[in-house]
Write a protein that binds this ligand. Sequence first.
Ligand code: UDP
Ligand code: MN
Length: 258
Amino acid sequence: SLPTIYIITPTYARLVQKAELTRLSQTFLHVPQLHWILVEDSPEKTALVGEFLKHSGLTYTHLNVATPRERKLQEGDPSWLKPRGAEQRNEGLRWLRESSRGQQGARPDHGVVYFADDDNTYSVQLFEEMRGTQMVSVWPVGLVGGMRFERPVVEGGRVVRFHTGWRPSRPFPLDMAGFAVSLRLVLANPESRFDGDAPMGFLESSFLQGLVTMEELEPKADMCTKVLVWHTRTEKPKMKREEALQKQGLGSDPAVEV
Ligand code: UDP
Ligand code: MN
């Protein structure tokens, strides 16, 4: 049978959340044997996300954990100041480790783990590239790091360095969207997790360090020559008119979910 792809996605409440989750889930509907682990950055699971998942048509697990206030970006902070989604990804890892304990008949080590932010753009082909991951597989990411793309550079079938615009000396100068890990490796390293206090650009390295070496990385997407995922970002919608109308009692009906 096909290895299951476990997708861990951090998400948080905002005006575009349902739009992001709709686009993402409808990509995932094209992927066989996918299990979505959606982790809300909130103290409680919200009804919006719960209802959304129920009707998504996907196999899923709904989790939540709130980012502690001192770790959370404040309004007006530049987005690079603190890593986003670290606690939520760790919660997804915790669930995977716990749920694969003592399962009989199931094949807990027959899977792949991928961290998919809710606002990126994913080609369906990407998931077939990662499905055969033995330890850690890697590929290019488009529109990231102030570059057209970043990617591992492959020579003789092996990763020898990284094409990146910034601090190539980082242990793994890869975007979150640029790698997948086998479930077997995740389970064999129960302590490996994302360090929410990692300095800018070191979140991915904090997880991958200790799991693999550069030489062991498995290059996918035609030896890292194809871009199959894009680090897109969604503009925050302006609510100027809405706020003006609200003052006159003419705002959009709050009973309608957006
Ligand atoms: N995220 C979160 N809580 C936050 C901010 C972001 O859970 O306070 C999630 C977000 O939904 C996304 C991931 O963390 O899935 C990365 O965040 P974002 O896309 O804002 O990061 P960037 O694209 O700027 O690296
Ligand atoms: Mn993003």
